[in-house]
Design a protein around this ligand. Structure first.
Ligand code: GDP
Length: 300
């Protein structure tokens, strides 16, 4: 239900425009398909995904000899479903059996801190013990913010001073996780994309520490993306994918945006599963991603 509510803007916007286009034509022709193409691109589906959708639509229309524009909406919904429904197992967060270490990466402002707070809260509700590592040492504000969220969710935070070596923070946090028998360690990191080489080195060093200090832990490396940035989110995902190994994506701020369509190119153009979605600012507004549910919430 939260998902349906969260995606309201995207859904209303898309449905309104689709109905508008289909209502303008008495029969399916090239011009109508071009209008549909424009609509999909303006809904942040990206060029590649839009072309795939349009090509598949045209093929079905030809095969089934469909003439009535009204039928196209159902066909489009089916194609969208086909792209989004993947293997649900791939979209699952792997944190069991304990211990688990989750690395959170992403540029400033995308909702990293909020997501870490929500995640910590979620694990606690599941009865797990949680620890946060404030390994975004680049900004003092980032350390303070993460400490605030730690307090809010009742989660201890391991931090060093501003400018400290992020890998050293992670190292200390892993030792604390071991000695306190903590189920899940969540590590915040600094996502300064403007210096790719530095970022790569920093993340590599953190990965090395984790591998060395906790070889048997369950590991996730998750990139947080802001859905409201549309095509920029795709670009960020591609760039981070070049810089580090990602095990999944978290897409935030899907509520209150009409850009939810960005999920399609993320699924189609990248081989990284979406694992979680943010649908609000509250502690409970973080959900597991289900392609099937998402497709159903997207079109009505
Ligand atoms: P960070 O710089 O990446 O750590 O970003 P923050 O966690 O500080 O979040 C930036 C802003 O986005 C804050 O105002 C958050 O409340 C907001 N935010 C984060 N996730 C969501 C979400 O899923 N939905 C909405 N509406 N806002 C969000």
């Amino acid at each position: 239900k939260r998902l349906k509510q969260g995606l309201e803007k995207t859904r209303d916007d898309m449905n309104y425009k689709i109905n508008d286009i289909l209502g303008n034509y008495v029969k399916i022709d090239d011009e109508m398909m071009e209008d549909l193409e424009d609509l999909l691109i303006s809904s942040d589906m990206g060029m590649e995904t839009t072309m795939t959708l349009i090509d598949r639509l045209k093929e079905t229309i030809r095969e089934k000899q469909i003439q009535d524009p009204k039928e196209v909406k159902g066909l489009l919904a089916e194609e969208i479903r086909a792209i989004l429904e993947g293997d649900p197992e791939r979209n699952r967060l792997h944190v069991e059996p304990s211990p688990a270490i989750i690395l959170i990466v992403g540029v400033n402002g995308v909702g990293k801190t909020t997501t870490i707070g929500k995640l910590a809260y979620r694990f606690k509700r599941e009865g797990k013990s949680v620890l946060i590592a404030a390994a975004d040492t680049f900004r003092a504000a980032a350390i303070e913010q993460i400490e605030t969220w730690g307090e809010r969710s009742g989660t201890p935070v391991i931090s060093h001073k501003e400018g400290a070596d992020p890998a050293a923070v992670v190292y200390d946090a892993i030792q604390a996780q071991k000695s306190r028998n903590i189920d899940v360690l969540i590590c915040d990191t600094a996502g300064r994309l403007h210096n790719k080489k530095n970022l790569m080195n920093e993340l590599e060093k953190i990965h090395r520490i984790i591998e060395k200090e906790a070889p048997d832990a369950q590991k996730e490396s998750l990139l947080v993306l802001d859905a409201t940035t549309g095509q920029n989110a795709i670009l960020q995902a591609k760039t981070f994918d070049e810089v580090t190994d990602l095990s999944g994506l978290i897409l935030t701020k899907l509520d209150g945006t009409a850009k939810g369509g960005v999920v399609l190119p993320l699924v189609q153009e990248l081989d990284i599963p979406i694992k979680l979605i943010g649908v609000g600012e509250g502690m409970l507004d973080l959900q597991d991603f289900s392609g099937k549910d998402f497709a159903n919430a997207l079109i009505s």
